[in-house]
Design a binder for this molecule. Sequence first.
Ligand code: GLV
Ligand code: MN
Ligand code: MN
Length: 424
Amino acid sequence: MNREVDLYKLRINIDRLLERLDDLAKIGAIENTDGCSRLALTDEDKEGRDLVVTWMRDLGMDITIDGIGNVVAVWTGPHTDPTLKPVMTGSHIDTVKTGGRYDGNLGVLAGLEVVETLAEAGISTRHPLAVGFFTDEEGSRFPPDMLGSLVYVGGMSLEDGLDTVGIDGAVLGDELERIGYRGGAPCPAVAPHAFVELHIEQGPVLEAEGVTIGAVESVQGISWTEITIKGQSNHAGTTPMHLRRDPGYAAARIATFVRELALELGGRQVATVGQIKLHPNLVNVVAANATITVDLRNTEEAILQQAEQRLVEFCDRLAEDEKVTITTRSLARFEPVVFDPEVVDRVAHTAAELGYSVKRMPSGAGHDAQMLARVCPTAMIFTPSWEGLSHNPFEFTAPEDLEAGTNVLLHVLAALANENGYNK
Ligand code: GLV
Ligand code: MN
Ligand code: MN
């Protein structure tokens, strides 16, 4: 039988993929929703990791865990050349506190589905295939986001990664040790031959345009800042307005400023205040201090820098006007990333060949692929998100779209893994 024809006709098993998505989503499940809560390196994350590692082992994959807890499983078929660098896919299985079941999880479980589909059909790729899940992609417990993949590619030292302090005061290295996922494989790791990540879009574009597959060309730049405001705590009833030094008011001013700034800059500029903490946080007390976070993103580095500068200037003026002190700390800063045009083309052409509609687009969210792009040819595949919802337990992608995305992943990975001399 002709192996080429077999591979061309091959399709993934959507029921098997849905079953794994469902089993993983049961861990940290959020009541009365389909969503889940598995913040990085919590007990729920450990349980999720254990389940995925069991599946990797069941598929006969060779599993390594590195010093920051990234897990990589390599598959070699009977005719694979094990001396070649693997073609890699994967994503993350940690979630935000109120997360969905698809963000990250899809990319990892779709990778396993591709391996199982090939193994079942008795088809080997020339290069090995690797499926990984990276530690703390979300960064909501241990900023920055994509921390595990950043260490994987050498963008942060292992020591700095392990020393990261979480929003709950926990130290990343201690938590990694506690859940038993501090492995011995070196970081940075050897770069794969190529990397392709399947992910839900997490935005409204594909659904609105009725398109099934996104061929992701780039990821926008990300800037996270924590702002601490200190003022004078005092009595809410007795303190005249003109004598107040109110961190709560200053925090609210910053929140409205960044919204207006994003609207003024226009284009793809977005701005979010996701966290506001007041102390002592009581109805009749002018707060003593406030901590707020600002998330700024843009596909254009120059405009992102302009937004950051404007925020600094605003905080300086505000500190003077309200007689508070304002200090800032960068939690994450990544420039926009452009993916490898050949791999992006491969995604777009493969989707079209399989009969799916396709749109080239940027990513609004951060992804492990943007870190891998530093060391090897990389691109991403997007599938539509219902009503553009993500980082929300009601995140949903229709089974036929999951199937389409995973079929594209299958054929892109197989093509890359069968090419000669692809890695430039
Ligand atoms: C990570 O998911 C991010 O884009 O914040
Ligand atoms: Mn994600
Ligand atoms: Mn996410």
